[in-house]
Write a protein that binds this ligand. Structure first.
Ligand SMILES: Nc1nc2c(c(=O)[nH]1)N[C@H]1C(S)=C(S)[C@@H](COP(=O)(O)O)O[C@H]1N2
Ligand SMILES: [Mo]
Length: 442
């Protein structure tokens, strides 16, 4: 049973439109519209009664309101109410159960490190605990190790070196809403990403303390969240051992100097810089060293890409061989000019943006005002580390009456550019095409 006190209540929008709901449908639960509706009614009733009793961390600041402000993402079914969940400012709600909240894009212009209360939220399973007893909470390290560990938060902070890494956390399906032809799954705009300074302990130090057996092959991570429906598999993810012991992989307790927000995985989450967020397991309480490849649902069936270098297929084409999603691709965004906006002609305009990749770091960002025919170099701002957003900016003076197609093109330090044509795959992963912002000068 889901703990409903976690959610701001009084309304429901879609609950089934997520990528995982989509795979669940294939996998387990085939609910009819009516069943779903009656379940929602039941939950709404329960949450009303729970709200009176249960002690929890949650004090929804804003109640769901029919008249919550709405924003429109520029694709079909892109209307999103702005609602404040616990510890969050109003964010774009894609689904309430499980919570899937997108960061409004202007926030990336205002902050190179995404504020905790603005950081996007994505859960697959709706049964997220709203209370954790920190007296009994333990992180277990077990499996193919010589000395299993069971650590509380104080021990983690006291007995291991504390490290910090600035890194972008981006959902594999970020920007899925722009796929053409459209694909099923959560219709994210570009705000299913965020940049933060993560503090915690190196995963490799924990594994070293536990002592790896010779036959360790993968490391599996599990959190406290649970499925509601029977037959829905628990969310767990695995990394190959050689990726798991990279120096940058951290079990984090803090984000931008504060404890992790509840919805971003309090008290502990895995941080895997350069890798898509699906591996960044939240509310992490179990680390298991495996001596074989993880065959459970979230590795073997979900989050997989066509096994070709592009990770593309033609729409309708069957994927013959697939591989687990892995590291991110190089991307950049213009953050201070909105698509379809107008600017003042004859006045110099500073165009600002961000770029990032999978950890080689950004070498350069090029900028075009004519849809990519001519390019000029933008200047890069402060370097906060290879896994962080890198700010950039460039100036140009638009001429009154003209229309422009602004584009930015990031190239990383191994010379990898963004794509000029959008890749397509049926799960809507890895978008990194050069984006276009159309403006008109008045
Ligand atoms: N325990 C747990 N961890 C999880 C998930 C989840 O459903 N449960 N979702 C993953 C996915 S797919 C994403 S995109 C990120 C989202 O992280 P955020 O909510 O902190 O932005 O969490 C990852 N870690
Ligand atoms: Mo994700």
């Amino acid at each position: 049973m889901a703990d409903d006190s976690l959610y701001p209540d009084l309304g429901e929008i879609g609950t089934e439109e997520t990528e995982s709901a989509y795979v669940y449908k294939e996998h387990a639960m085939k609910k009819t519209r009516t069943e779903k509706d009656s379940e929602l009614t039941r939950r709404r009733f329960l949450s009303a009664s729970l709200a009176l009793g249960a002690a929890s961390f949650v004090k929804p600041g804003v109640l769901w309101a029919e008249n919550a402000p709405k924003v429109d993402l520029p694709f079909e079914r892109g209307r999103r109410p702005l609602v404040a969940f616990p510890q969050k400012r109003p964010l774009m709600v894609m689904t309430t159960r499980p919570p899937q909240l997108e960061t409004p894009f202007h926030l990336f212009d205002e902050n190179i490190f995404t504020p905790n209360d603005a950081f996007f939220v994505r859960w697959h399973l709706a049964n997220i605990p709203s209370q954790i007893d920190m007296n009994t909470f333990r992180l277990k390290i077990r499996g193919r190790v010589t000395q299993p560990l069971s650590l509380n938060l104080a021990e983690l902070k006291r007995d291991f070196e504390q490290v910090e890494v600035a890194a972008v956390c981006q959902c594999g399906g970020n920007s899925r809403g722009f796929f053409d032809p459209r694909v099923p799954g959560g219709q994210w705009g570009n705000g299913a990403m965020g940049n933060a300074k993560w503090t915690g302990v190196r995963l490799r130090d924990l594994l070293a303390k536990a002592g790896l057996n010779d036959d360790g092959l993968q490391v599996r991570f599990d959190g406290l969240d649970q499925p509601i429906a029977d037959g829905t598999p628990d969310f767990r993810k695995s990394l190959n051992l050689e990726d798991a012991v990279q120096e940058t992989v951290v079990v984090a307790h803090s984000m931008n100097g504060e404890p992790l927000p509840w919805l971003n995985g309090f008290p502990l989450r895995l941080v895997v810089p350069g890798w898509f967020a699906t591996y960044w397991v939240k509310m992490l309480n179990d680390i298991e060293v495996l001596n074989k490849h993880d065959q459970q649902f979230w590795m073997a069936k979900a989050y997989r890409l066509p096994a070709d270098p592009c990770a593309c297929v033609q729409p309708g084409e069957k994927i013959v061989r697939s591989v687990p999603i892995g590291k991110m691709t190089v991307r950049s965004f213009i953050t201070n000019v909105q698509d379809s906006g107008t600017v003042v002609g004859g006045t110099p305009l500073t165009v600002k943006g961000i770029a990032f990749d999978q950890g080689y770091g950004i070498d350069r960002v090029l900028f075009s005002v004519d849809g990519g025919r001519q390019w000029q170099a933008a200047s890069l701002g402060q370097d906060y580390g290879d896994f962080s957003f890198r700010p950039w900016e460039v100036q140009f003076t638009p001429v009154s009456g003209r229309t422009y197609m602004l584009q930015s093109l990031a190239v990383n330090r191994i010379g990898e550019p963004q794509r000029f044509s959008a890749r397509w795959n049926p799960s809507g992963y890895l978008r990194n095409v050069v984006e276009t912002v159309h403006i008109h000068a008045t």
